[in-house]
Ligand binder design. Structure first.
Ligand code: ZN
Length: 468
């Protein structure tokens, strides 16, 4: 029997709501996360709920490494003679609220409107612990065989998963021979089917500071003599991005899009129309980039792009005086094509931004790079299992799409387990606003994804039995 919304409401909803109240920000957004202890409160809450689940044989463990965020594992032993491990991945750390939420909604006071829950971190990615365990519990309740499963919930994902590799090293015995990885932290284009991610973009963050003065000067006395740090920054930016088109000019950040991804984008555009544009709150009259729906799907999933996500050294407009400022800092956020080597791309960017600086101004740079990911080719059994899982849970065949965001975890696991089958899926569909204000979890989607995961885990055990 499939999990229903009312099963979820009686078994898990109140704990998920309690989780929604915890401001367990990822370390990048809370430098005092150890003192605050919110990640500990969250992991203990999830661990206690995990211990209350009904499995024939399971083990709930919180893993701690000095100075790092903790990891929760729930190991559920196989119910039949099936070897290999299925890992189900999620994370419990959250993005910050970002800004003021809409009236009636608050980031850390979950509220329900119809079948949708609003709070920071429910859809990204607090639901994952509940979904993974309920999916497996359902199999045991129905007497359906499953292999050994490890639900692995980390707490540094929103900071780029800096702690995950160390934990994976320490957990290699516990994980054993990983054969299938199900990542419950990805997106969906619609709420009517299971969506499986075929690629993710990489990311490079560069903080660039241009300095020209020891302290700010009256612009009446210094302008025209001392070069403006903002103008020098503009020139540097012009080296990496064409200001009129948004095209990225550094060759190492560009890639050729594989034919099958181009075809898939056209198929999606044919079925759903301008699905990317439709979901964005674009102001009336603003012309979008891209010349067709398919082009926009490809641009979002495969184009290198630059967004300026933060600035310093520039006063708020309400207190702006006529001053030639001593420095300007900008944080540059690049998204990379999935197949680009982020480390090499980052080195190229550093060269372009540090050579031959206009007016010999002082430039300081720091950077962080993370690879994107291209899904390995699906094994025939898994291709069929995903289709059956989506039809069973939603009444619609599975959809495949590239995502514009990044999940560093997948790239690092892809390197660690090159022969493993991957399923990256999730509930982040239209209006889910992960990382934005008014983050929303669509409960029917969560139930559908949970049931689809049950079905895929069961198919893995059947496949192992048949191929034994
Ligand atoms: Zn996430």
């Amino acid at each position: 029997m499939a999990l229903s919304l009312s099963d979820f409401e009686s078994d898990a909803l109140s704990t998920l709501m309690s989780y929604g109240e915890i401001p367990c920000l990822s370390p990048m957004f809370d430098s005092q996360w150890i003192e605050h202890g919110y990640l500990d409160i969250a992991i203990n809450l999830l661990a206690d709920w995990a211990k209350s689940r009904r499995f024939a044989q399971s083990q709930v463990t919180i893993h701690r490494l000095e100075g790092r965020t903790p990891v929760l594992t729930v190991t559920i032993e196989a119910t039949g003679p099936v070897d290999g491990t299925v890992v189900l991945y999620g994370h419990l750390d959250k993005q910050p609220p970002l800004g003021d939420w809409s009236p009636g909604l608050e980031p850390f006071r979950p509220s329900r409107q119809g079948d949708r829950l609003f709070a920071r971190g429910l859809a990204d990615d607090g639901y994952s612990t509940f979904s993974a365990l309920l999916a497996l519990e359902q199999l045991e309740a129905d007497g359906i065989e499953h292999g050994r499963c490890v639900v692995l919930i980390e707490a540094s994902e929103e900071s780029g998963s800096p702690d995950l590799d160390a934990h994976l090293d320490a957990l290699s015995d516990l994980l054993g021979q990983v054969e299938l990885l199900i990542c419950l932290d990805s997106g969906a284009l619609t709420y009517d089917r299971l969506w499986v991610t075929t690629s993710l973009r990489g990311v490079i963050n560069v903080e660039v500071t241009v300095r020209v003065l020891e302290q700010g000067q009256h612009s009446g006395s210094a302008s025209g003599v001392v070069p403006s740090s903002f103008r020098i920054l503009r020139q540097l930016l012009d080296r990496v991005e064409d200001a009129s088109t948004g095209e990225i000019l550094v060759e190492e950040l560009r890639a050729i899009i594989p034919d099958e991804h181009v075809r898939a984008a056209h198929d999606i555009a044919e079925e759903f129309g301008d699905i990317v544009a439709r979901e964005l709150p674009v102001l009336p009259g603003v012309n979008l980039m891209g010349d067709s729906s398919a082009d926009r799907i490809l641009r979002r999933s495969w184009s290198p792009t630059l967004s300026i996500v933060g600035m310093s050294g520039v006063p708020d407009s309400s207190i702006a005086g006529n001053v030639l400022r001593p420095f300007t800092t900008a944080v540059l956020s690049f998204r990379l094509p999935p197949s680009v080597n982020a480390e090499l791309a980052c080195e190229a960017l550093m060269r372009v931004l540090s050579n031959d600086i206009p007016s010999s101004a002082i430039v300081e740079l720091s950077s962080h790079a993370a690879d994107g990911w291209v899904a390995p080719v699906l094994a025939p059994w898994l291709d069929q299992a995903l289709s059956e899982a989506s039809i069973g849970a939603f009444g619609h065949d599975v959809g495949f799409t590239g995502e514009g965001g990044s999940i560093p975890f997948l790239a690092s696991l892809g390197k660690r387990y090159p022969d493993v089958q991957f399923v990256a899926t999730g509930v982040l569909g239209p209006g889910s606003n992960a990382h934005g204000i008014d983050e929303m979890l669509d409960l029917p989607m969560m139930i559908g994804v949970t049931n689809a995961v049950s079905s895929v885990v069961a198919a893995f055990a059947r496949h192992k039995r048949e191929s034994a």
